[in-house]
Design a binder for this molecule. Structure first.
Ligand code: ADP
Length: 917
């Protein structure tokens, strides 16, 4: 029996084995056990030292049978009687007083008439055999377990561990089995994996924390644990007794195999302490190794990804080989192709500007172990415009031969580039502020006052001061005296409201004042107490002066408009006034203030309004101006004529926004023109008196003849009704004829209406002929009137066009009659005809009176120009006619044709869609 096994036996709490002498000595003294047997096998006598150990199953029997001393299975070896057993090795197990069987081997030999059974103790032999068999099995199992755990993939590891625990549990019939490893987060132990037989209560959970209870076991050997002895382990084993096997490596105990509900000495008496330790090691060692490997793997992965993310990586320089090794990810980022390269090649990656410094620092590190830290620029692998910035750090680790030169490179391009951009932006901003008409300032809050502590560099160019010149009291001195109260108010407001915007004048170093727009904000601390004010002065001198000038010029312009004798106004396309000056207001019997909002259309008839808006519609950005004489109904005056100029204001889309208008009252001119026309008309009538007398005389003569004839018949008494009726009808038709002439004269003699209307010019020709035709014919003038084959409308007054035609025909008649005076054979004629195109209608009046002296052609339309004797001609006929035709929007002209003058009245045709009434 080995020393280890003895110890194990003690620890397993086995009953102590009987002390045994080496067999050789015992043999010398006497045999282990001699049993005399009779022929039936009954025990006659027991001798030898081992006899004291035996226990009888039938105590106190006088001659018990050998079988009564033996464990049941031994009966197989001794069937029959002792005589049958001769020549055989008999292995017999005896009952003993201590309960453990006594394994003895022996043989029978005749002993007189009886038999002597000689027996030797072979218990040790058997135990050893069993144990070595057991050990072999355990070793095999351990190897198998270790192999499984070593070879499986990391993901399968937990499953394989469970399988191996199950394997173990089944082999040793352990109800609950678990492997505990040090708790990674806390002090103590944690169940890595557990297995419970299907009929056993589950004592543990995977991952369960066990605390530090297990540490109380000395930890050097497997222990059978009873709760009585180890109450602290109740947390670990619950209410069950158990068995715990430690596994230790160089660091001490690093794993426990825990068996719950397991009385080891009964279930596995032959399994030694070493076997258990071997089995536990077979589980724990590969598992721990795999877990370490896993952790290492994770660590590496984390490190790799961290390096890749940060654009960083380690490097190591070898002092002996003049080479450097870079982290693979770093070599990859730098596009190097290899991670081990010469220091020179490595330096080639660096911008020339930084190369020498780096070389020097590496030298210092290698020679003197001086740590280094510097930023260098590297060429960009993709040849981008900006370099990559790396922060390079290095140090010497260890001393002497084992000294290593290691460090890392960190991509700081983002920071560096941002830093550079920020610096550039800062510089630009500084520059901008310094050259702009703005000053940034900071005032610190000190006991209710604001103390200037900072001004941007622009202060000097703008106002010619430095910070020192701007103490609070001197600052106030520099504020324009008129603006000081504003300045004080600004500070009060700033402190009260937290922000302020003010405008005041400050004197610069040359004594000139600047208008400053001051915008400031108060910054407070966490408690809400003011800390400082940050503000901006903007020099708005130019803008302020410009605004002032604009204001003044606007004022001048306003005065000009207000005091102008002309009517000036602005109105929207719907004729709503937005502004009107005093003269306009006076005509409308309003005040200028009342004008905005009033509608100009209120003073127009429907037709006037329509014509007015029609004219506005024709305004365009290309032709924004239109002038016309407009007619209005003003309060207290029946009609007013205004010459009115409109100018449209358009937006970018060409939409009419507003109209600016200037007007002048033309009523007086208009009125005298009308009077002139009227008197010319009366003159015409007067002139026509002769013709008219003839015109009326004619029917009167016819009627007198008829009356004379009727009276003659009446006196002879031969009056028939038919005759009478015929005469009366003739008289009636002559009366009607005379009445028509008189009627027309009356109509013609009337004043023209104020407003123009569309009419057919043929009506005017007809009217003219009604007045003149008879008279002309009476004078022997041939009238050649051609019918117009069309129907058009012109705008104006039909009586006025008639007046024009009368003037022209009367002038022609005068010329004709004058010519005939010298040449009685002369055959005078006047022709009247009309023609049209799309826009205008032309009425021609031509005669064969010889025409007008070419030298006079330009003058005949002048007022009072006449070639006729005093008292005959007025010189107004053509001039009035000219005005009338012009008023109708037309033109009156004359040429000398082959036989005489040819006058042309050209009038615009009113298109169908323009006829409003
Ligand atoms: P008045 O007839 O009273 O002279 P007008 O203005 O009508 O005034 O005519 C101006 C002048 O034009 C006439 O005096 C005459 O010399 C000339 N005139 C007008 N019509 C004719 C015509 N058909 N033929 C020749 N001369 C004409």
């Amino acid at each position: 029996m080995s020393a280890g096994d003895k110890l194990f036996g003690r620890l397993l709490n086995r009953y102590p084995q009987p002390r045994q002498e080496p067999p050789e000595t015992q043999w010398v003294q006497c045999f282990g056990l001699q049993v005399q047997l009779n022929a039936e096998g009954r025990v006659m006598q027991l001798t030898g030292p081992l006899r004291h150990l035996l226990a009888q199953r039938v105590p106190n029997a006088r001659a018990p049978h050998l079988l009564d001393l033996l464990l049941p299975h031994s009966s197989l070896a001794i069937e029959g009687s002792p005589a049958d057993w001769q020549g055989q090795n008999l292995d017999l197990d005896f009952y003993t007083l201590n309960g453990a069987p006594l394994h003895l081997r022996g043989w029978v030999q005749p002993f007189g008439d009886a038999w002597l059974l000689q027996l030797l103790d072979i218990g040790d032999l058997l135990l050893e055999r069993r144990q070595s068999h057991n050990r072999e099995q355990c070793q095999r199992l351990a190897m198998q377990i270790a192999e499984q755990l070593r070879l499986c993939s990391l993901t399968r590891l937990p499953d394989v561990l469970t399988e191996q625990l199950q394997n173990l549990a089944q082999r040793f019939q352990i109800p609950c089995l678990a492997l505990a490893l040090p708790d990674e987060q806390e002090h103590g132990w944690q169940i890595q994996q557990q297995y419970a037989a299907f009929d056993a209560p589950q004592l543990w959970q995977n991952g369960q924390r066990l605390g530090t209870g297990l540490d109380s076991l000395s930890g050097s050997a497997p222990q059978y644990l009873t709760l009585r002895e180890h109450p602290r382990l109740q947390g670990t084993f619950g209410n069950a007794d158990g068995f715990a096997v430690p596994y230790h490596d160089a660091n001490g105990v690093v794993a426990w195999l825990l068996c719950g509900f397991y009385a080891v000495q009964q279930r596995a008496p032959d399994t030694t302490e070493r076997d258990w330790q071997q089995l536990t090691a077979a589980l724990a060692a590969p598992l721990l190794e795999r877990l370490r490997e896993h952790r290492h793997q994770l660590q590496l992965e984390r490190l790799e990804s961290l390096q890749a993310l940060l654009g960083t990586g380690w490097w190591e320089m070898f002092s002996d080989s003049d080479e450097v090794q870079l982290a693979p990810s770093l070599a990859n980022t730098l596009n190097l192709g290899t991670s081990r390269l010469s220091v020179q090649d490595w330096l080639e990656q660096v911008y020339p500007a930084d190369r020498e410094v780096l070389r020097r620092r590496l030298q210092d590190l290698r020679d003197d172990g001086l740590s280094m830290l510097l930023c260098v620029r590297l060429y960009r692998p993709d040849d981008g415009p900006e370099p990559i910035w790396y922060r390079l750090q290095g140090q010497a680790l260890g001393l002497g031969k084992s000294r290593r030169l290691v460090g890392f490179m960190l991509d700081i391009s983002d920071i560096k580039n941002q830093e550079q951009r920020a610096a550039a932006a800062h510089a630009r901003l500084d520059n901008l502020i310094a050259s702009s008409p703005a000053v940034i300032y900071v005032q610190r809050y000190v006991e209710g006052a604001l103390q200037p502590t900072f001004f941007s560099d622009s202060l000097l160019p703008l106002l010619g001061w430095s910070l020192a010149d701007c103490a609070p009291d001197t600052l106030v001195d520099r504020v324009h005296p008129d603006d000081r109260s504003q300045y004080f108010e600004r500070t009060r407001l700033l402190l009260r409201e937290g922000s302020v915007r003010a405008r005041y004048r400050l004197r610069d170093s040359r004594g000139d004042y600047h208008w400053l727009l001051d915008e400031a904000k108060l910054l407070r601390d966490d408690l809400g107490l003011p800390v400082e004010a940050v503000g901006l002065w903007l020099d708005v001198t130019e803008a302020t002066l410009a605004a002032e000038q604009v204001k003044q010029s606007e004022e001048r312009y306003r005065i000009l408009v207000e005091d102008s004798p002309a009517m000036i106004c602005r109105y929207r396309p719907d004729l709503t006034l937005t502004f009107g000056n005093r003269p306009l207001a006076m005509y409308l019997e309003l005040t200028p203030e009342q004008l905005p909002g009033m509608n100009l259309g209120n003073w127009m008839s429907q037709a006037q309004r329509d014509a007015f808006t029609q004219r506005l519609n024709q305004l365009s950005p290309e032709f924004p101006i239109s002038t016309a004489e407009i007619n209005l109904q003003l309060p207290g005056r029946e009609h007013a004529w205004w010459v009115w100029s409109d100018r449209g204001v358009f937006d970018e889309q060409g939409q009419l926004l507003e109209i600016q208008a200037v007007g002048r009252d033309n009523t007086e001119v208009r009125r005298s023109q009308q009077q002139l026309t009227q008197s010319a008309k009366m003159a015409t009538l007067g002139e026509m008196a002769t013709g008219l007398a003839h015109e009326i005389n004619q029917p009167l003569n016819v009627m007198r003849m008829a009356v004379v004839n009727v009276l003659k018949r009446l006196s002879t008494g031969e009056v028939q009704v038919d005759y009478l009726t015929d005469k009366l009808n003739r008289i009636d038709s002559q009366v009607q004829r005379a009445a028509r002439v008189v009627d027309h004269m009356r109509v013609f003699g009337r004043r023209s209406e104020i407003e123009q209307h569309p009419f057919n010019p043929a009506l005017a020709i007809e009217g003219t002929l009604a007045l003149l035709a008879e008279g002309m014919r009476g004078k022997g003038v041939d009238l050649r009137i051609s019918e117009a084959g069309f129907d058009v409308q012109v705008r104006g007054h039909v009586d006025q066009l008639e007046q024009v035609l009368i003037n022209l025909m009367v002038n022609a008649r005068d010329a004709l009659l004058g010519k005939r005076e010298g040449n009685p054979a002369f055959k005078p004629w006047i022709s009247v005809n009309a023609e049209r195109d799309a826009q205008v209608v032309r009425l021609w009046v031509e005669d064969n009176g010889g025409g007008i002296d070419p030298r006079l052609l330009e003058r005949i339309f002048e007022p009072f120009f006449t070639t006729k004797p005093v008292g005959v001609g007025t010189g107004l006929g053509l001039s009035v006619s000219y005005g009338i035709v012009e008023n109708m929007g037309g033109k009156l002209s004359v040429i000398n044709a082959t036989e005489g003058a040819r006058f042309c009245i050209e009038l615009p045709i009113v298109q169908e869609d323009q006829i409003t009434r």
